[in-house]
Design a protein around this ligand. Structure first.
Ligand SMILES: [Zn+2]
Length: 271
């Protein structure tokens, strides 16, 4: 049975899913020719369709309960709150919500509307948001095109729950934010280090396993595709060297694996 709960030293990481959908190569990777993507039939159907998970993680470290990303939300309808319950986690248990970036499919459970007023879905938590994304999405012309920011992100400040993140910042002595820009300007990942073991939560540095083999494939959801490719290559190089456990929220559940190399080629091995 696949493992939805793993440990990295003293840190426990649980994979949760808010739901799933599918996407098309021609819209997500319009510059990649069918001749190229047809080499990955394990991941991509002959019609060019591939699955997209909307994943979150719970990280338990040194008394903190950290929720990484809050999914596609109640309108999808997402099932994150049910997944938390199944895993014995009450919304009040969450002490930190770490948002890798401000795309709608990573923030949608941040806020719950109650009597037409926003309230925190995770009332005890500080919400860690990368400053680069906070500043990018609050620009008037960007905000006008991103209605989800108004409903799921801006209220965090009024509700006193906002914690902006600059660069590398320690959530606990075992869990650190890592700037990984490109997908969005402030995108961040999480590095875990405990008892000599390593872990890494990608965010959207790579969204699909075939990107581990093809970090240069330009994805239309990357706001700066060239920077995203450089970041992806650098992170994959690090993960291959460190050999730790990797979580990718858009990867098919349980979304854990390792970046390995065989016969001169990097690949993703499901855990
Ligand atoms: Zn995403």
């Amino acid at each position: 049975m696949p493992d939805y709960k793993i440990t990295v030293g003293n840190v426990e990481i649980t994979s949760l899913s808010d739901g799933a959908g599918e996407n098309l190569m021609e819209s997500a990777f319009p510059n990649v020719s069918p001749d190229d993507w047809k080499r990955y039939p394990d991941y991509i159907s002959p019609e060019g369709k591939f699955p997209v998970n909307f994943g979150s993680f719970i990280i338990r470290s040194r008394g903190e309960t950290i929720l990484v990303d809050t999914g596609v939300g109640p309108d999808f309808p997402g099932r994150l709150l049910d997944e938390l319950k199944t895993n014995g986690v009450d919304p009040n248990d969450i002490t930190v919500v770490a948002i890798t970036h401000l795309h709608f499919d990573h923030v949608a459970w941040n806020i719950t509307m109650e009597n037409e007023k926003p309230r925190l879905t995770f009332p005890q938590a500080k919400y860690w948001i990368p400053r680069g994304d906070w500043e990018h999405y609050r620009q008037p012309e960007v905000l006008a095109d991103s209605p989800h920011i108004k409903t799921t992100v801006l209220p965090l400040e009024e509700l006193g729950a906002l914690r902006l993140v600059d660069g590398e910042d320690s959530i606990t002595s075992e869990v650190t934010t890592v700037p990984t820009p490109g997908h969005t300007p402030g995108h961040m990942s999480l590095a875990i280090s405990s008892q000599g073991q390593r872990g890494f939560i990608l965010g959207d540095v790579a969204n699909f396993p075939f990107q581990v083999q093809q970090p240069d494939w330009k994805m239309s959801f990357d706001l700066d595709p060239d920077m995203a490719s450089r970041t992806r290559e650098a992170v994959l190089e690090r993960l291959e060297r460190e050999g730790g456990t990797v979580g990718g929220g858009h990867f098919t559940p349980p979304s854990f694996g390792r970046v390995l190399r065989s016969e001169g080629r990097r690949y993703w091995q499901v855990l």
